[in-house]
Design a protein around this ligand. Structure first.
Ligand code: NAD
Ligand code: MG
Length: 389
């Protein structure tokens, strides 16, 4: 179609995850527009190898160094270079071999590679919300200085981003982040106390990685998204509202100073915000299922129950106080979620671990990057100790 447009070279950090694999589907359907230059994973070497043989990237990185030999061997007859380890992950992010990084690693592990991409002047399509929760001020300031676009992939933030196209000079009055409510919407603590891993991994509207699925069940995900939105769109905490909308058709809304509200809608399908971020500013055609309002009929809206889902209240506290508190919240949450996934603690225990860690790790109002790294380590240690990991 558009032969004159050069192929965009994509680096997918976290290519074996839910976002990473869906991004590769989008790229496969649009091989005239995108090429795959970098693929990375933590542990799933067999899927990484399969992806590398199919998409023939320039470089693959496996963070777990124990998997290097098997990946190297499997790709020995190809032109793909193989690296392993955390340092390699960070260094490859700085290389001038790609145009856009899809930041699709889960958790704090995504921070350094993503920050390196920004420093190297690379456009970032950001799924890895924890990066902005931990060090949003530093990441966004660096992006501003380097004139690097950060294009959200998270569906809510993609919705807001899309609503803001053409509104550069019009201030936002507030944004309304919609939440599906997760698998335990309407439940009370006497139910939640018995919830187990497999139950929490069943999300009604989205099929996602394990960590974000648990975060959606506790509503921590929405709290992380409030903090993510604060940095992406340069908002004050009181400009960010959360509204439960169980159908996940309205992906979020922006209210302007005249009271007018814009919403972005569609079926819940992450390929849509992924594709939008990769192709921005263009929209490209696809054959994904279309929304049929006659079938949906009702769109409902409710207040989130922050008394039951206290993780959301804790995230709001971190958002309001700022400093290193969101970083501490995030670290404690990562530890708590992984302990819950290994059946080491209960569903409601996660909240106690996060709350106590937030109270105990020293608060810093204006942290440097090193302060964030130290707060993260300190919070992890404290939370692990509480759980006796
Ligand atoms: P996932 O668990 O399915 O995949 C995570 C990816 O990161 C994998 O490729 C894994 O190999 C890699 N990884 C994990 N730990 C790592 C480490 N320590 N070092 C290097 N790489 C590591 O997760 P996901 O659901 O695809 O989510 C990825 C990110 O996107 C998360 O931040 C999540 O919040 C965000 N997100 C996901 C969805 C979704 O629908 N899945 C929606 C919105 C936002
Ligand atoms: Mg989201």
């Amino acid at each position: 179609m558009s032969n004159s447009i050069p192929v965009k070279r994509i680096a997918i950090f976290g290519s074996t995850g839910s976002i990473g694999t869906q991004a590769l589907e989008v790229i496969e359907q649009n091989s005239d527009k995108f090429s795959v230059e970098v693929l990375t994973c933590n542990n799933n070497e067999s899927l990484l190898i399969e992806q590398a043989l199919k998409f023939q990237p320039n470089i693959v990185v496996v963070t777990n160094t124990g998997k290097y030999a098997v990946v190297k061997e499997a790709l020995k007859n190809t032109d793909t270079k193989v690296f392993a380890g955390e340092k390699a992950l960070e260094e490859v992010a700085s290389l001038d071999i790609y145009d856009l990084m899809l930041a699709a690693i889960v958790g704090y592990a995504g921070l350094k590679p993503t920050l390196n991409a920004v420093k190297a002047g690379k456009t970032v399509a950001l799924a890895n919300k924890e990066t902005l929760v931990v060090a949003g001020d530093i990441v966004m300031r660096t992006a501003y200085e380097k004139r690097v676009p950060i294009i959200p992939v998270d569906s809510e933030h993609s919705a807001i981003f899309q609503c803001l196209v053409g509104e550069v000079r019009n201030p936002i009055e507030k944004i309304i982040l919609t939440a599906s409510g997760g698998p335990f919407f309407g439940k009370k603590p006497n139910f939640l106390v018995n919830v187990k891993r497999d139950h929490a991994l069943q999300h009604p509207n989205w099929n996602m990685g394990a960590k974000i699925s648990v975060d959606s069940a506790t509503l921590m995900n929405k709290g992380l998204e409030m903090i993510e939105a604060r940095w992406l769109f340069n908002l004050q905490p009181d400009q960010i509202e959360v509204l439960v909308h169980q159908q996940s058709i309205i992906h979020s809304m922006v209210q302007f100073q005249d009271g007018s509200i814009k919403a972005q809608m569609g079926l819940p399908d992450m390929r849509l915000p992924i594709q939008y971020a990769l192709a921005f500013p263009k929209r490209i055609p696809n054959d994904f299922p279309r929304t049929d309002f006659k079938k949906i009929r009702n769109l409902t809206f409710e207040e989130p129950d922050v008394r039951t889902f206290r993780n959301l209240a804790l995230a709001m506290e971190a958002l309001n106080k700022g400093g290193n508190l969101p970083c501490i919240l995030n670290a404690a949450n990562e530890i708590a979620v992984y302990a819950f996934l290994r059946n080491r603690i209960g569903f409601l225990d996660m909240t106690d671990v996060i709350e106590e860690t937030m109270q105990r790790v020293s608060f810093l109002q204006n942290p440097t990057l090193d302060d964030y790294l130290e707060s993260d380590a300190e919070a992890r240690l404290f939370a692990s100790d509480l759980i006796k990991l």
